[in-house]
Write a protein that binds this ligand. Structure first.
Ligand code: ASP
Ligand code: MG
Length: 401
């Protein structure tokens, strides 16, 4: 079998952890598998490198930032190759460009255009374990690029897709995907399986297990993923197209407290208002999530929407002139809010799921400010101070714990 294994920064944070990871890899190799490994930079290395750059030039170019950040993975791949060697097994480390990662030129958020796995194949033919630097590639100017924070998951999936690997294992510091954050909800359960779409909704709703783009890519190329722990030996969670747990009403409850609500109060109730508001926000390159428009009264209406918390002031700024121009009553930014979501393909066939969520929140006396939904997700916006209680109440309603 061809197995791709990815280890995140926390799994290789120090020497002992690097050696433990080396053991997982060589155990897989000993069973007769071809093994390609993708690693992230050790621990907080990437953050530390960014800090270093800021001390020198807070506005360093993105090209130089990529050159700098890519160094983190160069450290971890070489150390891991040495660790494997110390266990008596053959290994070779490769930087992104050596492993055939071609990207576009969007520094610090590059997209993988193609992976040419020739070199990796040649090394596997020599019976070597191949260790690849995640998060990086080369653009058409032969410059180093990085894929955006958390990009190593995507590197692993890209290799698995390009080489048609039999298995793509994402090792991390949790045992898999849970029905809620296990650090906060003691009754949270590990899922055996979850679909790509559910995983995508969970990730956008605040569950931080897998990088979103990696799941999109896995879905596109039908790469089955397994999320598992590099510390405890236990079956993880499989991420795949169809699961036999579809009878589960929902797969999990997630919280995102990195959101804010922007509200435009008292704009004229005319055609084109929503277009004018949201085109301004879009022009500022800000993604809008939940949207609520009130029923018009006295010739005016209100429009409220949520954005990533870090973009809230900018979104309001983008609307200020417009609000003055049309004589809007108020422009409000509320940052003490959080989004609580339930996710599950079971919703498509059961009508009473959303009602169950609202009932749980009502019983806990938690006020809902906004509601939004997709086919397999219902999200509510609540006061930040109520968010943990909301997750707990909703989780208990659906999972009994
Ligand atoms: N080292 C990079 C980061 O911290 C990539 C990754 O961890 O996946 O964002
Ligand atoms: Mg990292």
């Amino acid at each position: 079998m061809l197995v791709v294994q990815k280890f995140g920064g926390s799994s290789v944070a120090d020497a002992a952890k690097v050696l433990r990871v080396a053991k997982i890899i060589t155990d897989t190799y000993k069973k007769g598998n071809d093994v390609v490994v993708v690693v992230s930079a050790q621990g907080d290395t990437t953050d530390d490198l960014i800090e270093k750059a800021k001390e020198i030039n807070p506005r360093g170019s993105k090209r130089e930032m990529d050159m700098l950040m890519a160094a983190g993975e160069q450290i971890s791949i070489s150390l891991l190759a040495m660790a494997i060697d110390s266990l008596g097994f053959p290994a070779i480390s490769l930087l992104g460009w050596q492993a055939g990662f071609e990207t576009n030129s969007k520094y610090s958020a590059a997209r993988i255009k193609r992976v040419n796995p020739e070199r990796i194949r040649a090394e596997l033919d020599k019976k070597r374990i191949v260790i690849v630097a995640g998060f990086q590639g080369l653009n058409r100017y032969d410059d180093v690029t990085t894929l955006g924070r958390g990009g190593s998951d995507t590197s692993a999936v890209a290799i698995a897709a390009a080489m048609r690997a039999d298995l793509c294992q994402i090792y991390t510091d949790v045992e898999g995907v849970y029905t809620a954050d296990p650090r906060k909800i003691p009754g949270a359960r590990k899922l055996e399986e979850i679909t790509y779409n559910e995983m995508l909704e969970m990730a956008t709703s605040g569950a931080q297990v897998l990088n979103n783009r990696s799941v999109e890519m896995a879905k596109k190329y039908n790469v089955e993923l397994e999320v598992l722990s590099s510390i405890t030996v236990a079956a993880g969670t499989k991420v795949k197209e169809v699961t036999n747990m579809e009878k589960m009403l929902i797969k999990g409850v997630a919280k995102d407290d990195g959101v804010a609500r922007v509200a435009v109060i008292g704009v004229p109730d005319n055609p084109g208002i929503a277009f004018k508001v949201f085109s301004r926000v879009a022009k500022a390159h800000i993604c809008v999530d939940n949207i609520l428009q009130s029923v018009g009264r006295d010739g005016t209406k209100d429009i409220a929407f949520t954005v990533p918390a870090g973009d809230a002031d900018e979104a309001a700024e983008a609307l200020r002139d417009y609000c003055e121009m049309v004589g809007a009553k108020e422009l409000l930014v509320e940052k003490d809010v959080a989004k609580v979501s339930i996710v599950g393909a079971g919703m498509e066939t059961h009508e009473n799921v959303a009602a169950g969520m609202f009932e749980a929140l009502a019983d806990a006396n938690i006020n809902i400010q906004m509601i939004s939904s997709s086919e397999i997700r219902v999200s509510v916006l609540v006061d930040k101070k109520d968010a943990d209680r909301a997750v707990e109440a909703v989780h208990r309603h659906f999972f009994g714990a």
